[in-house]
Design a protein around this ligand. Structure first.
Ligand SMILES: C=C1C[C@]23C[C@@]1(O)CC[C@H]2[C@@]12CC[C@H](O)[C@@](C)(C(=O)O1)[C@H]2[C@@H]3C(=O)O
Ligand SMILES: O=C(O)CCC(=O)C(=O)O
Ligand SMILES: [Fe+2]
Length: 305
């Protein structure tokens, strides 16, 4: 893990209209009435922030965490994918073998996704308001669309004792990358590991907080805001003694949606930094890239001379 010296911490961008800085990370209290300016500022400076008083029931978060770990609590040094090979399998048999567990998990995941999606949409509407974008649901309607291509991911990082021995070296759990979608809502248990990259390229650790959410600006929001918001580069380093469990909702647009800078954020066509693309085109090209690649590079317009 990167340990920051005090002078480095003092060099973090000073946020005007001030979102509280918590170890360098903007902290937004969603219960406060006027947070839109702080939200805009956090998306411009970091592409990342922490939210508290978010309205998602703590019991729902805990329930999902315990369901994700599995009914019998077996957590080994293994993550696996188990696929059925018989396309004609009778799903009623599955239910009788796996008991209620799979059914419950699906049900809790659905409730959790509805709650975090609602929060993500509220944040996106405050951001649109802060940027004076009309209509105010210009971003959130993409997540609300029935065809929205949003995904949900649960990551489990087993403890990695080797990372203790490799002093001064970060053992990577999830390599550096930006998220391709519009917005990501991340919640983890209290195990550290997540780091974000500042604009100057320095990596800073994000202190974990199981009761809060961390929000990432994704590549699509960077494009729609014509680069005003930055999709944050982030990674996860291995923890030597504790396992990390994270759950992320990635709010994405429908596959057919055209992604381009919003007209109100560009003076004229020539000021647009990106070529228009559909989310399908972006996703297709993203899956041909390496995790750390700059996926937006392909869609950037060459700077006019
Ligand atoms: C290497 C890849 C994994 C990824 C798709 C990609 O081709 C590039 C982006 C990766 C990422 C990062 C954020 C999310 O975890 C994810 C689900 C996504 O939408 O883009 C992953 C993709 C993945 O693991 O399939
Ligand atoms: O596990 C984490 O904390 C972050 C994972 C992540 O960045 C991702 O799944 O895209
Ligand atoms: Fe990510």
């Amino acid at each position: 893990m990167v340990v920051l010296s005090k002078p480095a911490i003092e060099q973090f961008p000073k946020t005007k209209n001030c979102a509280t800085l918590l170890g360098g990370i903007p902290l937004i209290d969603l219960s406060k009435s006027d947070t839109k300016t702080q939200l805009v500022r956090a998306c411009e400076d970091f592409g990342f922030f922490k939210v508290i008083n978010h309205g998602v029931p703590v019991e729902l978060i805990r329930e999902l965490e315990s369901e994700a770990i599995g009914p019998n609590g077996d957590v080994g040094w293994l993550e696996y994918l188990l696929l059925t090979t018989n396309t004609h399998s009778d799903y009623r048999n599955f239910a009788s073998i796996f008991g209620e567990a799979a059914e419950n998990f699906r049900c809790v995941v659905n409730k959790y996704i509805s709650a975090v999606k609602k929060m993500a949409c509220e944040i996106l509407e405050m951001l649109a308001d802060g940027l004076r974008i009309q209509p105010i649901n210009a971003f959130s309607k993409l997540l609300m669309d029935e065809q929205s291509d949003s995904v949900f991911r649960v990551n489990h990082y087993p403890p990695c004792p080797d990372s203790q021995e490799s002093k001064g070296r970060n053992l990577i759990g999830f390599g550096e990358h930006t998220d391709p979608q519009i917005i990501s809502v991340l919640r983890s248990n209290n195990t550290s590991g997540l780091q974000i990259s500042l604009k100057d390229g320095r990596w800073i650790p994000v202190p974990p907080d199981q009761n809060s959410f961390f929000i990432n600006v994704g590549d699509s929001l960077q494009v729609m805001t014509n680069g005003r918001f930055k999709s944050v580069r982030h990674r996860v380093v291995a923890n030597s003694s504790k396992s990390r469990l994270s759950m992320i909702y990635f709010g994405g647009p429908p596959l057919s949606e055209r992604i381009a800078p919003l007209a109100s954020l560009v003076q004229g066509e020539e000021d647009s930094l990106y070529k228009e693309f559909t989310w399908f085109e972006y996703k297709k090209s993203a899956y041909k890239t390496r995790l750390a690649d700059n996926r937006l590079g392909l869609f950037e317009k060459i700077a006019a001379s």
